[in-house]
Design a protein around this ligand. Structure first.
Ligand code: AQP
Length: 339
């Protein structure tokens, strides 16, 4: 049942929340702290939709069996991280065909110029022999993912800020051309660990699909691996522990992770350390404590894949109940003849 909250401006509204993660690799600590952890930190009264964005994943080639396995494993990690399928709608993007249809309308609303300015496209296409057209247009599909549910709030990491801005611009443009169809969404970016960096290359984001086995802490890494990765994390030639992301990216990244894991401010944590060794050991211990219970729940969930597919099937049908009428309103507004 949905609870109505009163908007600060006096308008009654239900907060719609939507976010998604691509099953494009093993989920890592960055994805968890930047996005997944916050999926289950809503007010409890939110009307929430969390999808596994498999259509985004196939913008770059995926091995089919691995994609299927990762889609299910991502669903298990959503649940293991605290999402309750009774209160949140959890589904696979490609199970709700309204996403691709509204995606087309969003491609018609976005300009070539604004898609060309997306920095993630530049990064992801750089050095690739084959660059799909979908990799270029994917931010329009992401806008559709959000606008279909008229989401108010979108919890994402800092790297998705530009795509969220685009989704807002497209909603505003569509509404001004055709009438008020979409809610203009607000990004919800965490204050700490909004961009977790690679432990070996701390000026680069920790990423699912970039090969950096020693620089990436996976959500399902055993404790010994987590300890080893933090122990070998790149810092710098000094020994002063100071939170200064531009001058000391490695040390600041460790402080951010420790801060996010323990609920403390990274800059004030810096004052409690005089050496890098204890900072690394404490960060590893805090991450192990954070991920341990999730790993246990994950193992139990993966033992019953039928239960997971049931949850995803129910989620898709609940999602369609919201997505289909929004798409219909958008189709009508544009002038497409009713089917
Ligand atoms: N390193 C990170 N720090 C904080 N947040 C992060 N996110 C991803 N990496 C970090 C957030 O997690 C969500 C996942 O989004 P996505 O699956 O669409 O992928 P992405 O943003 O492109 O992240 P990746 O890991 O780099 O995936 P690939 O390599 O497949 O593109 C988003 O909210 C993101 O901000």
């Amino acid at each position: 049942m949905l609870t109505i909250w009163v908007h600060p401006l006096g308008l009654a509204a239900v907060t719609r929340v939507l976010s998604g993660i691509q099953p494009s690799g093993e989920l890592n600590l960055g994805t968890y702290l930047g996005a997944l952890r916050r999926f289950s930190q809503g007010s409890g009264d939110d009307d929430s939709y969390f999808c596994i964005v498999d259509l985004h994943a196939v913008t770059v080639p995926q091995e089919p069996a691995q994609l299927r396995a990762r889609t299910l494993s991502t669903a298990a990690l959503y649940l293991a991280s605290g999402l309750d399928p009774e209160t949140a709608t959890i589904f696979v993007q490609s199970h709700v065909p309204e996403h691709t249809e509204l995606g087309w309308l969003m491609e018609c609303t976005a300009s070539f110029g604004e898609l060309s300015r997306m920095t993630q496209f530049k990064e992801k296409s750089d050095g690739r022999e084959f660059v799909s057209a979908a990799l270029f247009t994917y931010p329009a599909l992401m806008a559709a993912d959000i606008l279909l549910y008229n989401a108010d709030r979108v919890p994402v990491g800092d790297d998705q800020k530009q795509h969220l801005e685009l989704a807002r611009d497209l909603a505003i443009r569509f509404n001004s051309r055709y009438g008020a169809v979409f809610t203009v969404p607000e990004p919800d970016i965490p204050r700490t660990a909004a961009r977790v960096m690679d432990l070996q290359e701390p000026t680069r984001k920790m990423s699912k699909s970039v090969e950096s086995p020693q620089g990436t802490v996976l959500m399902l890494d055993p404790p010994a691996d987590i300890e080893r990765k933090f122990k070998r994390a790149v810092t710098d030639a000094e020994s002063e522990v100071r939170f200064d992301p531009s001058a000391k990216p490695g040390v600041s990244n460790l402080l951010s992770i420790l801060g996010a894991a323990t609920g403390h401010d990274p800059a004030s944590l810096a004052g409690t350390y005089s050496q890098y060794g204890p900072l690394k050991a404490d960060t590893a211990a805090a991450v192990i404590a954070l991920l341990g219970p999730i790993q246990e729940r994950y193992a139990a969930l993966m033992a019953d894949p039928g239960h997971l597919t049931d949850i995803l099937a129910k989620g898709a049908s609940r999602a369609r109940e919201v997505a289909a009428p929004t798409l219909e309103r958008a189709r009508t507004a544009v002038g497409l003849l009713p089917r």
